[in-house]
Design a protein around this ligand. Structure first.
Ligand code: ADE
Length: 393
């Protein structure tokens, strides 16, 4: 992660987070470890819990916990109570800056009242799902701190969802179920940035892709890209593999399961495990449920069998290793610079969901291009002048 390594070096000299406690609720992976070490190099004391009970890499958590200035609260496969207990432990340590992925830490900090949210300088949010939640908080007047919308930073948009989720969601599915994509139909529910990436890569591997989307503009874009677009009920009969990535709940439920083919495979690439309605699936499984592979449960719907990957949890992390380091280098460089920005502007930023400053996006893009060995042109003075002037045509 060369971009983060450069920032870590600079942070070690500048110490922009000196004396600040940073609480982070992020997937505990090798890439996150590099971020935690960069923050600690910048002078922060770091408390880390996992953003998902199934995404923690235990060896990474153990190694990180031995680093000075970093404490870790996470274990792979922890139950929901342990998971929430870990989030609450980080919230109770009263971080001044919170780095979140899904909004659970920011919600816990608010639930603790003045004691925990009162001292907060600001926060960042890594994922679309978390931002939807924080915007609901903001609309109700409940959000009490500035939150930088990292997921909407241009550098993040360009790389993370499309190339990160696009590749790693399919990687998790293929590792877990060893499917052949070519010649099969993938039904994709949700055509946001992550959905676009999954569709593109599945098509590249030979799958026929059917898109289900509630937003008319996105649905139109999917059609113009050449995918079949139809309602989920119609698609239910067509799919060999179903992938949800909507940020919403019960996108696949009883009425869909009842129409699916024998042997269909279901996976969720969205943040929370609510997109595939597990209660409906269990209720229909009159023939029982059995594990057919380490990460695949087969639900017998009275003769028709549906195969669920990783209990419907975010498949790229629960069945794979998440986004490759080359993608997380950009995401976590944004996180590090966002933390620095919050620290430098403490007391100055309004409560609410805020854009990441364009200068941060540009710096990350410049550093990433340099790391890739890519040089680009710069505008000449005459070009800059032309672009400023409205008089000329
Ligand atoms: N989110 C997606 N991939 C990730 C990774 N490798 N590490 C941390 N968070 C992630």
């Amino acid at each position: 992660m060369p971009v983060l390594a450069r920032l870590r070096e600079r942070f070690a000299g500048d110490r922009p987070l000196e004396g600040l406690r940073v609480g982070a609720c992020l997937h505990v992976t090798a890439e996150t470890a590099c971020l935690a070490r960069a923050l600690a190099a910048g002078g922060a004391e770091v408390g880390l819990c996992s953003a998902n009970p199934l995404s923690t890499q235990d060896d990474v958590a153990a190694a990180l916990a031995r680093e000075p200035g970093i404490d870790v609260h996470a274990r792979r496969g922890e139950d929901v109570d342990a998971y929430l207990g870990h989030v609450e432990a980080v919230a109770a340590s009263r971080p001044r800056i919170a780095l979140d992925d899904g909004g659970d830490l920011i919600a816990a900090l608010h639930a603790g009242g003045d004691d925990t949210v009162g001292g907060l300088v600001g926060a960042t949010e890594e994922t679309t799902t978390g931002l939807l939640r924080l915007r609901r908080m903001e609309a109700e007047g409940a959000l009490r701190c500035p939150v930088l919308a990292l997921n909407e930073a241009l550098a993040e948009r360009t790389l993370n969802d499309r190339y990160g989720t696009g590749q790693s969601a399919l990687d998790g599915i293929l590792r877990a179920a060893n499917l052949l994509l070519a010649g099969h139909t993938l039904v994709l529910l949700g055509y946001g940035f992550a959905g676009r990436g999954i569709a593109q890569r599945a098509r590249g591997a030979g799958a026929a892709v059917v898109v289900c989307e509630v937003d008319p503009l996105r649905a139109l874009e999917a059609r113009m890209e050449g995918y079949e677009v139809m309602p989920a009920l119609a698609a239910a009969e067509r799919g060999d593999l179903f992938v949800t990535v909507t940020g919403s709940r019960s996108v696949l439920g009883a009425e869909h399961f009842e129409r699916m083919k024998d042997g269909a495979v279901l996976a969720n690439a969205g943040h929370f495990d609510v997109e595939i309605d597990l209660a409906d699936l269990r209720a229909l499984a009159s023939g029982g449920v059995r594990a057919v592979l380490p990460l695949v449960d087969q639900y017998d719907l009275g003769g028709r069998r549906l195969n669920l990957i990783a209990s419907g949890r975010v498949v790229n992390l629960a069945a794979g290793e998440g986004h490759p380091a080359a993608v997380m280098d950009v995401s976590f460089a944004l996180q590090a610079l966002a933390a620095e920005h919050l620290a430098a502007n403490r007391g100055e930023l309004p409560a609410g969901v805020l854009d990441v400053p364009r200068a941060i996006d540009d710096e990350v893009a410049r550093l990433k291009l340099a790391a890739l060995g890519v040089e680009i042109d710069t505008l000449t003075d005459a070009q800059r002048e032309y672009l400023r002037d409205w008089r000329g045509g």
